[in-house]
Ligand binder design. Structure first.
Ligand code: GLA
Length: 334
């Protein structure tokens, strides 16, 4: 323990291990076996818990009240215009200057679960309504399950996710990882990473991961959407969204055989290839995290949803229950 910060570790009978801190509800460590049964670290993170207090790239953190960007920090609800703080150039990102990732959560532990709760007051980061948020991390035999819940006492917007960076071989970059995404479409963005509002087919573009592809294969292709940040940082529109838990995609690392399958109840998944990592952050074991050192698969509602009526709504009203689940399922393959 340092400065009231704690980590909570869950292990299962197979030896899988996950650690979570009450600061930002961040996953600080996740250890799974490779094809030879050797356990290793598969998420990026810091050696010391104190470092999570300055976690500029959101390693492992819970993201809220509204994940990803909101154009110019503006949205209107019931005819009222709201102005959120702009902490990412001219735009609002990941809940603002002090989002859910920078809050100390209350924690309760049970056998397989770390239960986190956070009460976000009316007006916090200029969002309307008191929001009671609860996130459970549960370690089962071969999966980490994350259950998100929230309620409000006034109409507001809510979009929660987890910002873990995976690297299934534990070092180097993720360019050699193979990714499959169950998405026929994605939401293209403008230069400042705000969705244009269009839904664009992935067909015949470097965004097509439907049949599985090495991430590095086309990451440098001459394609407008990849030029903005030098890699992938896009919301993929998951096929056949109906709110039930279904597969969003699969990540495979050939040298270790590790496989991560992502299942979610959410309509979209942000695939971010770690483009803003630039070698300035030093993580576990003294490793500097270079560009593409890890990737995020963030199931969520679409970025800037409050400003696009054709995107699934992120409005939460009193009496409604926000309930979402994401499962990270681990296995090994040839
Ligand atoms: C998200 C965004 C990225 C970036 C990272 C944090 O994944 O989509 O553009 O802001 O968070 O560095």
């Amino acid at each position: 323990m340092t400065n009231g910060l704690f980590t909570y570790t869950l292990t299962n009978t197979l030896g899988f291990e996950v650690s979570v801190t009450n600061y930002g509800g961040a996953v600080t460590s996740l250890k799974t076996p490779d094809r030879d049964g050797n356990f290793g670290e598969i998420v990026l993170g810091f050696e010391s818990l104190d470092a999570y207090v300055h976690n500029p790239r959101y390693f492992g953190a819970l993201i809220g009240r509204h994940a990803n960007r909101i154009a110019r920090g503006r949205f209107s609800l019931n005819g009222v215009e709201y102005q959120l703080p702009c902490n990412n150039g001219a735009n609002h990102l990941h809940g603002g200057f002090k989002g859910f990732d920078k809050r100390v959560w209350d924690v309760r532990e049970s056998e397989k679960t770390v239960h986190l709760t956070y009460f976000s007051k009316d007006g916090e980061e200029c969002y309307p309504g008191n929001v009671a948020a609860a996130v459970d991390y549960t370690l089962l035999d071969n999966e980490l399950r994350i259950d998100y819940r929230a309620t409000t006492d006034q109409d507001t917007i809510v979009n929660l996710t987890n910002h873990s960076y995976f690297n299934l071989k534990g070092d180097g970059t993720i360019l050699d990882h193979q990714l499959t995404l169950n998405a026929d479409n994605f939401t293209p963005v403008s230069r400042d990473l705000i969705p244009t509002g269009k839904i664009r087919p992935v067909e015949e573009t470097p965004m097509d991961f439907r049949n599985g592809k090495t991430i590095g294969a086309e990451i440098s292709a001459d394609y407008d959407q990849l030029g903005f940040t030098g890699g992938y940082d896009h919301n993929f529109v998951l096929n056949d969204y109906d709110g039930s838990l279904r597969s969003a995609g699969r990540l495979y690392e050939p040298s270790t055989g590790r496989v991560l399958e992502v299942l979610t109840t959410q309509p979209g998944m942000q695939f971010y290839s770690g483009n803003f990592l630039d070698g300035t952050l030093v993580g576990k074991n003294g490793v500097t995290y270079v560009k593409y050192a890890g990737l995020c698969l963030e199931p969520q509602h679409f970025p800037d949803a409050p400003n696009h009526s054709n995107f699934p709504s992120t409005v939460l009203r009193p009496g409604e229950k926000y309930i979402q689940t994401t499962v990270f399922r681990f296995s090994v393959s040839g």
